[in-house]
Design a protein around this ligand. Sequence first.
Ligand code: DC
Length: 233
Amino acid sequence: MIALHPSLRYNLTNMSRPSTIAIDGPVAVGKSTIGRMLAQRLGYRYVDTGMMYRALTWKAIRLNIDLEDEERLSRLAESTSIDLAPLDKVLVDGDDITSGIRDPDVERGVSLVAKVAGVREALVEQQQALAQGGKIVMAGRDIGTTVLPHSELKVYLCASFEERARRRYLELVERGEAADYQAVLTDLKRRDEIDSERAVSPLQPAQDARLVDTDGLNVEQVLVEILGILGEG
Ligand code: DC
């Protein structure tokens, strides 16, 4: 495990736990697994904002909306109700669409939808409302930079392309889905590129984020490192 210099620990002298924790990072870096475990450990709510972009993409595809049509997508975002319910259920306009959230067409289209300014505006507003009550761990790409810029703890997870592709590949195999490592790697690079190069809220660490390199670490080790930052190691 990496030993943290005392100055890197979250300052607990005058404060209690942070009310919100932002976890950002690229595709398949382990944000959801780590975020969920951290939230459970702290008794916080976990919100995976990627699910909201996926839910909207799911609806746009079902409505045959061209994923390049920014205006329609923005209007759709404003008029769609997305709920992240307990047990990882995702509801769109009240309907449970959880089983479709990782469909290949959603997987392919979501970074196009997520780069639309009007879509981001509508979803960021909802995400900020969710965080109002505090006690929340929120994961995404722009949580530390845009959604919760005043969050007391921002973690940016990173790992090499190969490590992330390997993890995603094993995840697919475990789920019994047909998987090809090279295809997973290529898709991951494509999505990273779109997420990092978009004009609005591109994927990047907040200036005050703690970078955690997860290469060669298992989930428990990453969790221990974050708890160490919190002074709860
Ligand atoms: O984390 P994920 O793979 O479920 O995210 C799906 C897509 O949504 C991905 O292309 C990045 C985008 N996204 C985003 O732009 N901002 C967020 N806060 C969360 C996800």
